[in-house]
Design a protein around this ligand. Structure first.
Ligand SMILES: Cc1cc2nc3c(=O)[nH]c(=O)nc-3n(C[C@H](O)[C@H](O)[C@H](O)COP(=O)(O)OP(=O)(O)OC[C@H]3O[C@@H](n4cnc5c(N)ncnc54)[C@H](O)[C@@H]3O)c2cc1C
Length: 457
């Protein structure tokens, strides 16, 4: 495959910027972003809401050569002419087109969210974009109480941020426990306890059904008196543009192992909007993995995408959660330790000695080793899974073997961090610490131990 001259990317989010970075110096890249803001790290929106990060802190670094057009919403793709038409009628020609349109929030079926004039009730907020975040941020000082609808990863992030900002915060989750897509009831209950300890009320097994002047009415008869309602429970891949262009869309834009549309070899899709092997993703690690592979392919390599392992990590103050694979649905022997006193629940699903899924709540000290065993399919001795879970004391990152993964977002190992000379070098050459930031302490510790080794005679 020869290097494309013009790569046009619809979307200027997490996947698009990673792709542009991978194509640096290898193609002429244009990002078309509908949002008015320069590209930013979406994972850190809750940190902006919480007040620990300024908007400037979450900007994504875009390579110099990239033409980033902001406020540029793509309205149509003219595949025969190989042009993208923007809402203002301007056309942008491409040799290769990449759809990285992400996902969009959906409204849950709650009566009263939308007023008779068709606008959202002013108490109601989505939390997907920087504009959503800034609007909610502006509403916080005048508010006393908030209800977060949805007890998933996003809901817990937002609830923690609002609680840290001093609001009486309640979470409403229709399922029987929090994080029901990722963890079991025991883990969900530990999390609910943690949230309550941190001052947030949690209602599980309860659905919000109506928003009235008195507040948000639940199907269990409660009415929650609130100034703000934040919707975090629904979202789906943003595929309208692809559908209009006649591309095959199921849940996401259907792509093959080369991340190309199954209908058009010069149109690709990556990130939340793409569907590969019957699966859509919704997390940064697969979006970045796809972007890296596509960048290599567009530069001439024959790399293929075989699907990503699922790693979910919660980024929220005072709550630590990591889930590897799909521990609730994959079969195997379950080895678990629950310690409600310490607020931890750790579970490994083991098949033929291999860890095929894991849930860690409240204690992520063994995450590096467990991820390494999981990734490599290491066959463990009978006593090892239990021993891994019984260790209450953190294992030091500096003792991790070189091939242990440290940064789940960018898939970076301890060895790659050790090969760097500084935190700046780590960020620029591996992208570790630039996603959720959960690996920052481990990276610092690895760099520090490297420095110490360097001065040891
Ligand atoms: C608040 C929040 C917290 C999150 N936290 C985590 C986390 O802790 N860990 C994790 O792994 N994942 C997290 N996610 C999910 C993660 O952000 C996404 O998986 C990731 O951003 C996907 O990247 P993407 O490029 O596919 O989509 P996005 O980053 O959403 O970018 C898509 C961009 O395309 C633009 N766009 C859409 N249509 C058009 C069009 N027609 N024309 C022009 N532009 C268009 C959109 O406006 C958007 O800017 C979080 C998401 C949110 C909202």
């Amino acid at each position: 495959m020869s290097t494309p001259r013009r790569v046009v990317v619809v979307g200027a989010g997490m996947a698009a910027v990673r792709l542009a970075d991978g194509l640096a110096g290898r193609a002429q890249v244009t990002l078309l972003g509908e949002e008015p803001h320069p590209p930013y790290n979406r994972i850190l929106l809750s940190a902006v809401l919480e007040g620990t990060h300024a908007v400037d802190d979450i900007s994504l670094r875009v390579p110099d050569h990239v033409d980033v057009r902001l406020g540029a919403r793509a309205a149509q793709i003219h595949r025969a002419e190989r042009e993208v038409e923007l809402v203002d009628g301007r056309r942008v020609p491409y040799d290769t087109l990449v759809l990285a349109t992400g996902s969009i929030p959906t409204l849950p079926p709650i009566r009263g969210l939308v007023r008779v004039d068709g606008r959202l009730d002013e108490r109601v907020h989505a939390f997907r974009s920087l504009d959503d975040c800034l609007r909610l941020d502006a509403a916080v000082p005048g508010a006393r109480a908030a209800v977060v609808v949805g007890g998933g990863l996003l809901g817990l992030q937002v609830a923690r941020a609002l609680s840290v900002r001093g609001l009486d915060t309640e979470v409403v989750e229709g399922g029987e426990h929090l994080l029901r897509s990722q963890v079991d009831g025991k883990a969900g209950r530990i999390l609910a306890r943690d949230l309550r300890r941190l001052g947030t009320t949690v209602y599980t097994g309860a659905r919000a059904v109506r928003l009235t002047d008195e507040g948000l009415v639940l199907d269990n008869g409660f009415t929650l008196d609130t100034d703000l309602v934040v919707l975090t429970s629904g979202g789906r891949p943003s595929t309208a543009l692809a559908r209009r262009a006649g591309l095959t869309v199921r849940r996401g834009v259907v792509v093959d192992d080369g991340l190309a549309s199954v209908d058009d070899p010069v149109v690709h899709a990556i990130g939340d909007c793409a569907e590969h092997g019957g699966r859509t993703t919704g997390f940064v690690p697969p979006a970045w993995e796809q972007a890296g592979i596509l960048a290599d392919r567009l530069a001439g390599s024959r790399a293929t995408y075989a699907g990503s392992r699922t790693v979910a990590r919660l980024r929220a103050s005072g709550l630590d959660v990591a889930v590897l694979g799909d521990p609730e649905h994959i079969g195997g022997d379950v080895v678990e330790v629950t310690n409600p006193v310490l607020g931890s629940h750790r579970k490994l699903v083991v098949r033929d000695g291999v860890i095929v899924g894991a849930t860690l709540v409240g204690d992520l000290s063994q995450i590096g080793l467990i991820t390494q065993y999981y990734d490599r399919g290491t066959v463990l001795a009978q006593t090892e899974p239990g021993a891994l879970l019984m260790a209450e004391r953190p294992s030091r990152p500096s003792t991790l073997p070189d091939d242990a993964e440290v940064c789940a977002c960018a898939g970076v190992t301890a060895g790659r961090v050790r090969a760097c000379t500084s935190l700046e070098d780590v960020r620029a050459s591996t992208h570790a610490t630039t996603g959720c930031g959960g690996c920052a302490d481990s990276v610092r510790s690895l760099l520090a131990s490297r420095t110490l080794e360097g001065i040891t005679p």
